[in-house]
Ligand binder design. Structure first.
Ligand SMILES: Cc1ncc(COP(=O)(O)O)c(C=O)c1O
Length: 417
């Protein structure tokens, strides 16, 4: 009897938490790095050659070898190692050569780095409403392209593929380029094709909580040699260094573009290249954990697992649960956190989240006004909670997560208002 009471009393009400140890996440020290990755980085350090553009032939550098490996892995024509995901995205936008201060669309549900990269590239971010599944609202997208936007940045947010065929159909109808922010979805495929290779250019990050972890870093992919050459120059491949990346270099004046020094260094490239060989194993671990958890939560009343655009079109590194409304999501996340699960509600006013667009004061000084202007996105983002799923989760971690969600969800009706 005592055991039963201990089990059902929520931890937020003083009961025993389902889990007493910290929820694994990279910032709790949980990193998916093997000895061979560390050995590769140490070898790069010992080489004493940290800058990619030195006297070695391009293919003998760590960064050149990483770029070749990325092209093979993703089936892309060109890859460019960069300083971060944000700079990869900005380079992709700069290389499109749009008129300054063009309107560039991005979804309401994204990380603040997406509109920030648009600003960095000298353009105006214009946010598009999202639907109940946290994807672009395609009617709003079409209307805003028709109103004169010059490019679309699509985001595979929290590892979930965007509906690329639908987005590309709208973009093609109006002749605007699509840039993919594939930062959260490194290695994910949609209909058999890698995310980040659907648009004109795809941007990725290798920051610590991504599927390749070099601390900081990123890369872009494109099949367009002219766009690649422009991105290279802007990244800092000046004084003929851009030409090293081509057998037959395009004719481009490398002083006609600004130089930003957003290059990748040799130590990060060595680390990323070693990790790339183990990426399939990591993706498999994410998928295994995610499928186990999502299947167990499929019939949970009042708590819905985010729907992918196609079966399996997600990374599985984040579990997004949708509650009836924002008040329910806030209460649910607090109660679940008390049970020992690392969870955040995007709309929790006491835990300001950079993935909630109304918090982007650099774009929207009036929080209430932007929420009113984007009612569907405000509701959809506000009712969602986010749980990071490490590649190192054990079966026991997954079982505890499911038990904790079930325990809190059972108490949900009537509790959160
Ligand atoms: C959707 C999205 N885009 C861009 C970025 C920026 O990547 P980085 O931190 O490497 O600049 C992030 C970072 O998490 C992200 O989530």
């Amino acid at each position: 009897m005592v055991a039963r009471i201990r089990h059902v009393t929520l931890a937020i009400d003083g009961g025993t938490p389902v889990r007493e140890t910290r929820w694994p996440a990279y910032d709790n020290g949980d990193a998916y790095v093997a000895d061979e990755d560390i050995a590769a980085a140490v070898a790069a350090l010992r080489s004493r050659r940290y800058f990619r553009y030195d006297s070695r032939p391009h293919e003998a550098t760590e960064t050149g070898a990483l770029e070749a490996a990325l092209c093979r892995y993703f089936g892309a024509g060109h890859a460019l190692g960069c300083a971060s995901g944000t700079t990869a995205l900005a380079l992709g936008l700069l290389a499109l050569d749009l008129p300054p201060q063009s309107d560039v669309l991005c979804p309401a549900f994204t990380f603040a780095a997406t509109p920030s990269a648009i600003v960095l590239a000298g353009h105006r971010p214009v946010v598009v409403e999202c639907d109940d599944d946290l994807q672009f609202d395609l009617t709003d997208l079409r209307n805003r392209v028709a109103a004169g936007a010059r490019a679309i940045v699509v985001v595979h947010m929290r590892g979930f593929a965007a509906d690329m065929p639908a987005v590309l159909a709208i973009a093609d109808e109006f002749g605007v380029p699509v840039v993919e922010d594939a930062v959260p979805a490194l290695g994910v495929r949609l209909h058999g094709r890698a995310l980040g290779t659907w648009g004109r250019v795809g941007a990725f990050s290798t920051q610590s909580d991504k599927a390749l972890n070099t601390g900081e870093g990123g890369f872009l992919l494109t099949d367009d040699p002219t766009l690649y050459a422009r991105a290279l120059v802007c990244s800092g491949a000046y004084e003929s260094r851009m030409a090293r990346h081509f057998v037959d270099p395009p004719d481009l004046d490398d002083l006609s573009l600004p130089l930003f020094s957003w290059r990748m260094d040799e130590i990060r490239a060595a680390l990323a290249r070693a990790q790339l060989t183990r990426l399939p194993g990591r993706l498999e671990a994410h998928r295994r954990n995610y499928e186990r958890i999502a299947a167990a939560l499929a019939d949970q009343p009042d708590v819905t697992v985010r729907r992918p655009v196609a079966p399996g079109a997600y990374l599985g590194e984040a579990l997004l649960l949708q509650l009836p409304d924002a008040a329910a999501a806030c209460w649910f996340s607090r109660a679940l956190r008390a049970e020992g699960i690392g969870v955040r509600a995007f709309g929790d006013p006491d835990d300001v989240n950079v993935r909630a667009f109304w918090n982007w004061r650099f774009l929207f000084p009036d929080r209430a006004a932007v929420r009113a202007a984007y009612p569907a996105s405000t509701a959809a983002v506000g009712r969602t909670v986010d749980i990071p799923l490490s590649a190192n989760l054990t079966e026991h971690d997954c079982t505890q997560l499911v038990a904790a969600v079930g325990k809190v969800a059972a108490a949900l009706p009537g509790r959160y208002r």
